[in-house]
Design a protein around this ligand. Sequence first.
Ligand SMILES: [Zn+2]
Length: 207
Amino acid sequence: MGDHMSTDENLRDALHHLDTAIHRLTGVRTTIHDGRTLTAPCLYVQMQQAVHESKRGVSPGAFNSSAPAWLETIDWITTVDTTVRAWATPEQGHILSLLAGLAHRPWRPQDTGQARQITNTIHGWVRAAETILAGGPRMEVREPCPECGERYVYRRDGLGETIRADVLHIDAEGCHCAVCGTHWPPDQLAFLARLIGAPDVTEQSGA
Ligand SMILES: [Zn+2]
């Protein structure tokens, strides 16, 4: 691509895609349900609400009362906030304003590659948020990780409060430790269950 486009066209094209990506993350979401149009807050706000709702004990469908999804959500918010603030420097303000401002800052033709990278990163965030909010089957393992020995992982949520969650969680991809990052694929779950003395781990994961 780009051979047939001037550098200006290339930049315009990149900024158009950047704008689209930003809109996927920060635009109001609409769905059609039973012929009616329903609106929901943007993905970024939905992720924040998901964290706060699960803290209040409201059982949001997104989480299936699973703490690991909650952790992923907090990690997602932290990553987005930190990265967007770095991109927007020296601008400051609310993340949504900073994101909205990105596409409109004075981009130069030599920044085209950077604009495309930012676009890809944002699309990745959107996919991750949609996956988390859709909530696949998951379960917690109430045992320490056999690799690192940790039982709990601690995170700060958006309000600065500390949240404790189990380190191990199981989903369709297998089992994952939130502390050391060790991953056991589905075909090793029986082995892992014996390792941690939780013989029912595989039966429950299919429920
Ligand atoms: Zn571990």
